[in-house]
Design a binder for this molecule. Structure first.
Ligand SMILES: *[C@@H]1O[C@H](CO)[C@@H](O)[C@H](O)[C@H]1NC(C)=O
Ligand SMILES: *[C@@H]1O[C@H](CO)[C@@H](O)[C@H](O)[C@H]1NC(C)=O
Length: 425
């Protein structure tokens, strides 16, 4: 009797353990790469030694923040926030199965990643975007440093690379009238109309609270302002991996383009970083420069995620399903835009309290694979000791989109609604 009771207790304990580990570890995302610190493929061992000696490469200062996938290339960006970042735009050959922690290869080459070379170099790159025309859109902020150490070495510039030839085919400097001292732009969305040369880029200015539109056909840019770009004063308090900090000035950040809805409309979804609210604006408004001064009511409130729902990255597939990073929850969330944007209709596709600490970028490739980069950015920037380089700090995961949303509230077929996790109220 007593024995049986103990057995039941230990069984219960095992179950609790199973449940705890089930809620902590990724279930659907598969780990592709992991690193304790980022390394680069230097031209020779001698070059690498020289880079160490001259501090052109300081391993612990390299934080990967952005990612994109095109065919066999997985692009990874590393901002020059601190000294010792040898290259800001890089890739990993996906067909090379040699290593779980491969070195980064500068894209398209070392020379094109030269710090402070405003004509042919790249100084700091965050998010990047591959378009349907096999081009890579790269916003160079031209900055060296972060926060109060920032130096503007070069103007903000959009660079477009042809991914077939690996040549830069366009460089457009953002006019100084559209930015100011506060400007901080990390995110870029790309919108192709009917033809490849009729394309637009949308850039969110997090700290000067603007949305910049660039027309490739007209080679011209303009800027929208709106109250919806500002931070929510009640949503500036963050706790991630046990560290509490405030990012209370952070406005419009994550942006995602919708597919064309049945009414012919495309929306640009956006949200401030210090916020739990989702907004959108029709792209027809953004593309029309005459709307800059009179479009207040064209901007829409989409809904609220509820507390603990800060995000920095979002992406939408061709069926209107949005994925986003939930930085306070070490998780990736989803929303099927056929349903109202309320906590009950938002799902969690995967979660990991170690592996997904600060899932910094989310992308969907041409084969409907979802890619997630996690980098512990909040610890890097805000924790007293920074990162522990004896541990794995950076991870890249992937999973097919349909596997990820299967069984969640975002899955369109109702008979699959089983065992999904929805947001707490
Ligand atoms: C810059 O900011 C850091 C913290 O973000 C602070 O410790 C430092 O004192 C600041 N330096 C100056 C010159 O304001
Ligand atoms: C921010 O959150 C921390 C931790 O929960 C709390 O101690 C602090 O009082 C909060 N600050 C504000 C302004 O809400």
């Amino acid at each position: 009797m007593c024995f049986k009771g103990r057995n039941l207790v230990s069984l219960a304990a095992i179950w609790i353990l199973v449940l705890i580990s089930a809620t902590q570890a990724v279930q659907k995302l598969q780990k592709k790469y992991e690193w304790k610190y980022m390394d680069y493929l230097f031209d020779s061992p001698n070059d690498k030694i020289k880079a160490f000696q001259t501090q052109r490469y300081i391993p612990e200062n390299n934080l990967p923040v952005g990612m994109e996938v095109f065919r066999e290339k997985l692009f990874v960006t590393v901002p020059r926030w601190r000294p010792g970042i040898p290259s800001t735009l890089n890739y990993i050959p996906l067909n090379d199965v040699y290593s779980n922690s491969p070195p980064l290869i500068p894209y398209p080459d070392w020379k094109s990643n030269e710090l402070g070379n405003c004509e042919t170099g790249l100084t700091t790159v965050y998010r990047i975007k591959v378009d349907e025309c096999n081009r890579l859109w790269v916003l160079d902020t031209g900055t060296y440093g972060i926060g109060n150490t920032t130096q503007q070495l070069c103007p903000y510039a959009i660079n477009i690379f042809d991914l077939e030839t690996n040549q830069r085919i366009k460089r457009f400097e953002i006019p100084s009238t559209l930015i100011n001292q506060e400007t901080f732009i990390a995110n870029i969305a790309v919108d192709i109309e009917d033809r490849c040369d009729n394309a637009y880029a949308y850039l969110s200015d997090e700290l000067a609270y603007g949305l910049i539109v660039y027309s490739l056909a007209e080679d011209k840019a303009w800027k929208f302002r709106h109250g919806y770009f500002f931070p929510d004063p009640l949503a500036g308090n963050f706790t991630i991996d046990g560290y509490n900090f405030n990012w209370d000035l952070e406005g419009i950040f994550g942006i995602a383009l919708s597919p064309k809805y049945s009414n012919g409309e495309k929306l640009l979804y956006f949200s401030p970083l210090a916020s739990n609210t989702e907004f959108a604006v029709p792209t027809s408004i953004l593309k029309d420069i005459t709307k800059v001064s009179e479009s207040y009511s064209d901007f829409r409130l989409i809904g609220s995620r509820g507390p603990k729902s800060h995000l920095t990255s979002k992406v939408m597939d061709e069926y209107g399903i949005q994925l986003f990073n939930l930085i306070d929850r070490n998780a990736i969330g989803c929303w099927n835009s056929r349903f109202p944007y309320t906590p009950k209709n938002l799902g969690i596709v995967d979660k990991d309290d170690i592996g997904l600490i600060f899932p910094s970028d989310v992308k969907i490739d041409a084969y409907r694979n979802v890619w997630v980069l996690s980098d512990r950015m909040s610890n890097f920037l805000e924790a007293p000791g920074g990162l522990n380089f004896n541990e794995v700090n950076f991870r890249i995961y992937f999973a097919p989109m349909d596997v990820l949303i299967h069984g969640t509230v975002c899955d369109s077929s109702p008979n699959k609604y089983r065992g999904y996790q929805i947001f707490e109220h």
